[in-house]
Design a protein around this ligand. Sequence first.
Ligand code: CUA
Length: 310
Amino acid sequence: MPAIVLAACSPEQSALHPAGVDATELANLFWFMTIGGAVVWCVIMGAAIYAVVGKRRPRSERFADRFVFFGGVAFPTIGLAALLVFGLALLPDWRGTDAPDLRVSVVAEQFWWRLAYEGEDGVRIATANEVHLPVGATVEFALTSTDVIHSFWIPALGGKMDAIPGRTNLLRLTPTKQGIYRGVCAEFCGTSHALMAFPVMVHEAADFATWLAAQRQPATASGADAFVAAGCGACHVVRGVSEAGSVGPDLTHFASRRSIGAGTLELTRANLDDWLIAPTHIKPGVRMPSFATLPDAERTAIVDFLLELK
Ligand code: CUA
């Protein structure tokens, strides 16, 4: 339990360690409201304590009138109005009128994230479960879902937004600090809701351009025979190798990612082998079937192939 609590407070997933314009405003709002609320609480408790233990000497009527006016009317009105005005001023302009620097489409599914980047020439570049962003650029996420309601949240970068079947919600974020952050699904969506995370890499603009250019390329790995023979291509696209499937995550550059199963396991050879053997044990409710019945040599060949998909 303490490990979970500490994980929730780690800077990479903390709304109080902002690394984006919106997250900074939210953190400021949090502190303003917290301190404002604390002042209100202290004044009320002070008045309550005074009422109980204050000296019982007769006060003038004028004192009583002023006490009620300032303590009961003026202070709450001014104090709460200030908190309200500050909060309203920070209401985000979710649909900015300027074109964003980058558009990313996000389709939330049980229990992973289907992503597509729009290239400058309008070409869509499909990927999954790992968000890459250039620092200082405003990105517009177009969010939807194919099954139930999910919610897309990168606490270090800004507020959350629901992904709802049948409609598209827009969320704009502007990261201001390079780094690796953790995004999560913030709406209970089924058995593996807690295993629906995604790392967010905020790069220098040039590094982001390099990453995007690499993602555009088809796969270069050799030795796809075992992957194809096992039927993996029925669900997964590996551009340049097998492009028919669309049920599961695009695996074209799978080995360039940090995790397996939408942030569930670190991407290592051993974890990948375990994932192929018992995906539903690792992530209940996942639609990935088990490949435990494959001969070890064939499974190893699939693992070798996947780890070559840089
Ligand atoms: Cu998706 Cu919770």
